[in-house]
Design a protein around this ligand. Structure first.
Ligand code: VGL
Ligand code: ZN
Length: 213
C-alpha cells in the first residue's frame, strides 16, 4: 500500500547527529545508514521537524559528572532513574551537529532538548521529569497536524520516548522502522514491543518512497 503524506502529517527526525553516528561519542551501530532513507522521506513530507540533543558540558546525564560511576550505570535523579552516558552532543561542538549528509533545508523546526543541566530529555515532547514540555505538542496542534511519523536515533531511547509521548498526546503515531537504528538488537526488539502495545504502528519507508531501503 502506498501512503502519500499530506499537510496534516509530520516527519519527525530524531537526533541524527554526529555523536550518534560512526565515530561519535555515543555511536549507534550503522546509524549513518538511515541518512539517505530519511532524505528520501523528507522529499515526500510537506512538514518536517528535526530534533537535536543539546547538552551543556556539565550535563547530569554524563557519567563524567558522577564520581565513581561509569557510562551505562544508572543513578537516581530528582525525577527518578537516569542512565549515565558518555559525554555527547555538547552544545556548539561538532558532535552535536546534524550529520553532514542529512538534508535540513526542508525542516521547518529544529527542537533542541536536554539543554537544562539537571534534567535529561529523551523525548521530543517532554523532558525526563515527564512534565516539562518542549512545546512540540502545541506547535503541531496549532498547525493542524494529527499524524506523526518517526525516524532517527536511537530506536530504543529517544525515538521510543518520542513515539510513546506522541501517542499519549493523541497523535496517530507511526514508526518508520527502517529509518531508525538502535543501540542493540535486544533493546530495539523490547522497544518495538512496548511501542506496539502503546498503539504505535510500525511501517517501512517503502510505503512512502516506493524505494526499497
Ligand atoms: C539519546 C542517549 C542519550 C538518543 C540521547 O538520542 O537516543 N540517547 N541522549
Ligand atoms: Zn543525550
Amino acid at each position: 500500500m502506498r501512503l502519500s503524506p499530506t499537510e496534516t502529517d509530520v516527519l519527525l527526525v530524531i537526533d541524527v547527529q554526529n555523536d550518534f553516528c560512526t565515530g561519535g561519542a555515543l555511536a549507534v551501530p550503522n546509524g549513518d545508514d538511515i541518512v539517505p532513507i530519511i532524505n528520501r522521506l523528507q522529499d515526500r513530507f510537506p512538514n518536517v521537524v528535526l530534533t537535536q540533543d543539546w547538552h551543556p558540558a556539565d550535563h547530569t546525564s554524563f557519567a563524567s559528572q558522577h564520581k565513581g560511576k561509569n557510562a551505562f550505570d544508572t543513578v537516581t535523579a530528582a525525577y527518578g532513574a537516569q542512565v549515565l552516558w558518555p559525554d555527547h552532543c555538547v552544545q556548539n561542538t561538532p558532535g552535536a551537529d546534524l550529520h553532514a549528509d542529512l538534508a535540513s533545508a526542508h525542516a521547518q523546526l529544529i527542537i533542541r532538548k536536554g539543554f537544562r543541566r539537571a534534567v535529561d530529555s529523551y523525548s521530543a515532547f517532554f523532558e525526563n521529569d515527564r512534565t516539562t514540555p518542549t512545546g512540540l505538542t502545541g506547535y503541531l496542534r496549532e498547525r493542524g497536524i494529527d499524524r506523526v511519523f518517526l525516524t532517527g536515533l536511537a530506536t530504543d531511547v529517544c525515538v521510543r520516548f518520542s513515539a510513546m509521548d506522541a501517542r499519549n498526546e493523541g497523535f496517530d503515531t507511526l514508526l518508520i522502522i527502517d529509518a531508525c537504528r538502535g543501540l542493540s538488537d535486544d533493546a530495539v526488539s523490547k522497544a518495538v514491543t512496548a511501542m506496539k502495545e502503546a498503539g504505535v504502528r510500525i511501517m517501512e519507508s517503502f510505503a512512502v518512497t516506493g524505494v526499497a531501503a
